[in-house]
Design a protein around this ligand. Sequence first.
Ligand SMILES: [Fe+2]
Ligand SMILES: [Fe+2]
Length: 179
Amino acid sequence: MSNDFVMRIDTIRKQARQHIDQGPITSSYGADRERVIKVLNEVLATEIVCVLRYMRHYYVADGLQAEPVKQEFLEHANSERDHADQAAKRIVQLGGEPDLNPAVLAQRSHTEYAVGQSLADMIKEDLVAERIAVASYQEIVRWLGDGDPTSRRMMEGLLADEEEHADDLRSLLAGLPST
Ligand SMILES: [Fe+2]
Ligand SMILES: [Fe+2]
C-alpha cells in the first residue's frame, strides 16, 4: 500500500511538470471542467442579478418600517457581490472566462429580477429568489461531489449564506405589521 503511494507520488511529480500553463488544474482534476465553468457562470449571473435586485430594493424602500429592512437589503447586496467575486475568481482559476455581458446575465441567472412595490412584496420577492438559490446551489453541491472539492466548498459557503439570507427575510416579513 505505502509503496503504491510512493509510485503515485512519482507520477504526480512527473505530471505536475507537464501542462504547467494550466496552473492549478492537474491530471487529478476529477470533474468536467468546461461544464463546471458553465455552471459557475450561471452562479455568477445569479449573484449579479441578486445584487441588482437588492440594490434596487435598498434605494426604493420607503416608509416607517423601512430603515432596518433597507440595511438588510444593503447587507445582502454586499454579500451577493462577494459571492459573485468568489465565483468569478474560481472560473478564472479553472481556465475559464467570467461572462459579465449584461445582455445575457438575466437569461443565465437562476433567479429573476423581480421587483416588488410594497416593502412586504420586495421582501417576498427576495425570499423567493433566495429559496431558488438555495435549491439550485444544493443541486450544484451534490453534482460537484468529489470531482472538484474546491468549487464544491465554495458553493457550500454560498449555500450557507443564502440559507441565512432566506432566514433573515423570513423574520423581516414576520416582523412587518400587516402582511
Ligand atoms: Fe449569493
Ligand atoms: Fe442571498
